[in-house]
Design a protein around this ligand. Structure first.
Ligand code: CDP
Length: 220
């Protein structure tokens, strides 16, 4: 059978990684979380303990070794051999990731890796530019979104569960700022591909969204 290639894009906190991971498992695809790769570069940049400038990021990306593994339905990310799966989700990393992801050399290195991983078999990849740029020939293209209030609420719950003391208002502001940066950048901005289907999950539960993705895949 031909490989299935599923591209899911959307703004911050739309729940992409949660539903994409579950849907990939049900579809028997490898799940590729491209946001985790940009987060990994951001994490390594912070390890330098210097003011975060574009020059610093470009220096870091020159010899960074990012590896994404998907084993038994779980994604792990490593940087130069160190497992950073938990550490890439801190507010500190989130605060600089859009700056990191806006830089051309960062994107070209990560996109090359993403395409190489996708060439190995059936994949479900999520991010911002998958349908428009990384995998324009994907069989299924979904633009996953939800209202900003709902996305902030979801992220708030997730951060609270992880023990972070954050305010809902601050989170909503951070998400809006990241959406703006991701949508307005020059290279591969966040935009719904003309041939992608919009899936607004504001009033949908996780299982419902997973099923909606699977239904779209069964049509190809
Ligand atoms: O999970 P969350 O929605 O917070 O974001 P993420 O998917 O982990 O992505 C983190 C950041 O990486 C985004 O805000 C983008 O700046 C960047 N990104 C990107 O530019 N292109 C992608 N394909 C994926 C992520």
């Amino acid at each position: 059978m031909k490989n299935l290639v599923v591209a899911i894009d959307g703004p911050a906190g739309a729940g992409k990684s949660t539903v994409a991971q579950l849907a990939a498992r049900k579809l028997g695809c490898t799940y590729i979380d491209t946001g985790a790769m940009y987060r990994a570069v951001a994490w390594k940049t912070l390890q330098r303990k210097q003011p975060v400038t574009d020059e610093l990021i470009l220096d870091v990306v020159k010899d960074v070794h990012v590896e994404l593994a998907y084993v038994e339905g779980k994604t792990t990310v490593s940087v130069d051999g160190t497992d950073v799966t938990g550490e890439i989700r801190t507010p500190e990393v989130t605060a600089i990731v859009s700056q990191v992801a806006a830089l051309g050399p960062v994107r070209s290195r990560m996109v090359e890796l993403q395409r190489r991983m996708a060439a190995k078999g059936s994949v479900l990849m999520d991010g911002r530019d998958i349908a428009t740029s990384v995998l324009p020939d994907a069989n299924v293209k979904i633009f996953l979104t939800a209202s900003i209030e709902e996305r902030a609420r979801r992220r708030f719950k997730e951060m609270q569960e992880k023990g972070y003391n954050v305010s809902l208002e601050e989170l909503q502001k951070d998400i809006a700022a990241r959406d703006k940066a991701d949508s307005e950048r020059e290279i591969s901005p966040l935009v719904q591909a003309p041939d992608a289907e919009l899936l607004d999950t504001s009033n949908m539960g996780i299982d419902e969204v997973v099923q909606a993705i699977i239904d779209r895949c069964s049509r190809v």
